[in-house]
Design a binder for this molecule. Structure first.
Ligand SMILES: *Cc1c(COP(=O)(O)O)cnc(C)c1O
Length: 225
């Protein structure tokens, strides 16, 4: 099936309150344009350099989601235009995002990434680290970032019960942070979880954003990326 067809089917089948981010990493701009022509505007990339190369070649009203691990020294490449940074996992990174946002006279929306998978290779914080970040004076003084919620990746497994438990844990973190730190802040509302193989489980557990690559654009060929 075509990219346009895949996008259309996804949108027909997910609840209206769930936002679809089409993950276009490693894919050519022609593929992104095909998705764009359907009216789709939310796209996700996980490499700052790749994103900054694609950005000027594509329409300016695309909402670019940065979904990968972001190195501090790469923030400057995406700060002028990025719509939402999904994977903030340290105060140091948040400080740099705040600095670059200020430089470009804008506010950058961010999600805090939590480690919910059993694999130790995936990035993300635990609750204690998130609390330390949110309670720090430095965070309190940041004026150019806005925390919109949390993001996480479940273990890569066919055991959907385990995946469901991990997403449920992420939702509990979200609700706890909401209650303790953002009770009167309507902007803190996003739960970014679910990929091609586990988005249905993620939606059942309350996802507001799903990040879909393969199921829209087909398999990635990293050899040519
Ligand atoms: C690549 C990627 C996705 C999309 O994965 P698919 O399995 O291709 O849907 C989602 N989230 C993150 C963080 C990714 O790096």
């Amino acid at each position: 099936m075509s990219i346009a067809e895949n996008i259309r089917i996804f949108k027909e089948n997910i609840p209206e309150n769930v936002r679809l981010v089409a993950v276009s990493k490693t894919k050519p701009v022609e593929d992104i344009r095909e998705a764009y022509e359907t009216g789709h505007r939310d796209f996700g990339e996980n490499k700052a350099q790749e994103l900054s190369e694609k950005y000027p070649l594509l329409p300016a009203d695309i909402r670019w989601h940065f979904i990968g691990h972001l190195q501090t020294n790469k923030v400057k490449y995406i700060a002028p235009f990025v719509h939402l940074i999904h994977a903030v996992d340290s105060l140091k990174l948040l400080k740099e995002i705040n600095k670059q946002a200020l430089k470009h006279n804008r506010t950058i929306a961010c999600l805090l990434q939590f480690h919910i998978a059993s694999e130790s290779t995936k990035f993300g914080m635990n609750m204690e680290e998130a609390r330390q970040l949110l309670e720090s004076d430095e965070f309190g003084n940041m004026k150019s970032i806005e925390i919109h919620g949390v993001m996480g990746m479940a273990t890569l497994t066919d055991d959907m019960e385990q995946v469901g438990n991990e997403f449920r844990q992420l939702r509990l973190y979200f609700e706890q942070l909401k209650k303790e730190y953002f009770p009167a802040d309507p902007a803190f509302c996003e739960l970014s979880m679910g990929m091609s193989h586990d988005y249905q489980t993620a939606i059942e557990e309350g996802a507001t954003i799903i990040r879909i690559g393969t199921a829209i654009f087909g398999a990635r060929n990293y050899a040519f990326a």
